[in-house]
Design a binder for this molecule. Sequence first.
Ligand code: 4AD
Ligand code: MG
Length: 473
Amino acid sequence: MNIKEIIDKEPIGQEIEIKGWVRTFRSNRFIALNDGSTVKNLQVVVDFENESEDTLKRITTGACLKIEGVVVESQGNGQTIELNSKMIEILGDSDPEEYPLQPKKHSMEFLREIAHLRPRTQTFGAIFRLRHALQFAVHKYFNDNGFFMVHTPIVTGSDAEGAGEMFRVSMLDPANPPKNEDGSINWKEDFFGKETNLTVSGQLEAELFALGLGKVYTFGPTFRAENSNTTRHLAEFWMIEPEVAFNDLFDNMDLAEDCLKYVIRYVIEQCGDDLNFLHERQLQEEKGLPEDKRSMPLLEKLKFVSENEFVRCSYTEAIDILRNSKPNKKKKFQYIIEEWGADLQSEHERYLVEKHFGKPVILYDYPASIKAFYMRLNEDGKTVRAMDILFPGIGEIVGGSQREERYDILKQKVADFGIEEESLWWYLETRKFGTCVHSGFGLGFERLINFVTGMTNIRDVIPFPRTPKNAEF
Ligand code: 4AD
Ligand code: MG
């Protein structure tokens, strides 16, 4: 039995063996032991007359123990059961002087510097059990709804977003690469016989499969070499990308909204202990703040989002709202909204969600000029069937669209965006054979986890974050 099972089942009177790490050791008598199965600790009452001086000295925060004992009703407050120890074995050396995780509050910044040890803290235990549950809920949602998962490639020869922010994959000698006559690098001699990169999105390949299997999704790592040092950007992140034949933009919105609500409800039902812990943690963190600076308590926020309809608002309406907003008129925004066509910054997205609507918002029909080449052009000739879902405290959590399924228009867009048609010949060709309306979106997995856990920095919800100048662990 692990600690979760022991706490759930309360096997009073039973003799058990348990292994785990010491969180705290008080009065030479009470060990708070954790094995990662739950946010809760098992209280072990040490039979100190039975243990050697040496053993007692080595029971320190961070030490790894094997304990045999009997489960009994707890004499103290704070737990219903505890373990009376009969035998304690110290499993590995542990230097209490040097162990960086003392039982006190550590800053998230400090914990990022010891990312090899942070899985042993209560907070990161809770975050990563939730991360697991969320990925399981995502797979369950799509499986239960008749989707097939496709493993799209990680090494690609095309730029799915057309933004040129890719990490190169090459085996050429950087000091002495083979050259063409004109002095440029001869990529034909490279491993794949062409220029290749780490993918920024599995969408284009998912589209090919949607046009054969109907309803598919990918869930894999994606890579962006953009130099964004923010609390919302990673250079390596995980994205969930469904793609559905015959869905138009509004079906796409319904799918995204339903999926988000499902996975949030799933963790509310399945991960109560971890969510309660993070809820309390947030209340503690924000205790000192004035009331209007505090965020909505975590459990309330999750319930609110899973039970309320998302607002749907066109880009054009949003621009009107923003242009007439107080922070725009008083020049409080860093980027003042003047004209239709402006790209929305995260300050604008957050104003719409947190101040104006007070709910998640689906913005749609964006100007073609600020969105990717593959989005379907509207009849007005200037907007595309794009949608972004904006969440409180997060900003953009989903980006998606109805895809351009008309060959001539897509070919023109590829040219207009300065993309080499050669690299996308296979994508274009699907528009020649049995082309149809289809749509999909990308849900940033870490942004979802940030929302669900109430964390404020995306580096704290991925095991080992990759960001500019940082790939230590
Ligand atoms: O809006 P994006 O760039 O859309 C696409 O990549 C499309 N191909 C998706 C599709 O239609 N299949 O990215 C989608 C989502 C964003 O809304 C955001 O949640 C997340 O991916 N995202 C990032 N998350 C962390 N770090 C980054 N650098 C991210 N860039 C995007
Ligand atoms: Mg986007």
